[in-house]
Design a protein around this ligand. Sequence first.
Ligand SMILES: [Fe+2]
Length: 228
Amino acid sequence: MAIRDIAVSDPGPIFGSLAERGWSRHRSEGADFDSIVCELGRLGDRLGSRVPGRAGSLEEVVQPRAADDAHPRSLSARYGLGALPFHTELSHRTRPCRYLLLGCIDRGSPAAATMLLDWRTLGFSREDLDLLENAPVLVRTGRRSFYATILSPGGAFLRYDPGCLEALDERGKQALKLVGDRVASAPAEAHHWRQGDILIIDNWRVLHGRSPSDRGSGRRLARILIDA
Ligand SMILES: [Fe+2]
């Protein structure tokens, strides 16, 4: 996979670059937990309304977890401290949140990068898009599992998460393989965190993942999720 590092300075206007490339970077004035969460909230409130994460909280702290220490249906339960594959946040909800905001409390040592990939750059043909919009897949989320398609009707968002999507038939298999293959060979971008950095990610457009981490690295990111 070709990886391009994101330049340290980015003078573009906040929401301008979000619209242009599907993500934008900001700085929190203070680098402590409270300042970062406050800034995430300030930015998030301008974009839409907050929705709770998997554990039911509106503000979360995410850290690399070994497989035996992770929520049983999370990506960490499957991939542990290895690279977390590209995914759409909240793929297990009928409508994944529109935005994902992350703030760096501690970059960790060793640090792990957040990987970003705009699915519209994956070169899908009209035929590919039809397959993604029509092949049913199972979204596995315990008793609330449901059927969906990878591409939402009309193409507003791509639902992709190797941790919870399962093929039901040959077309579903083809669709999952198509996205998996394209993602594996795509030129992704790596964001290397500094304490106080904030990323806003358009979750309907940009898939995210994490480079490999280590047990006890201390990496901690604050996270809020926004519907819009
Ligand atoms: Fe995620």
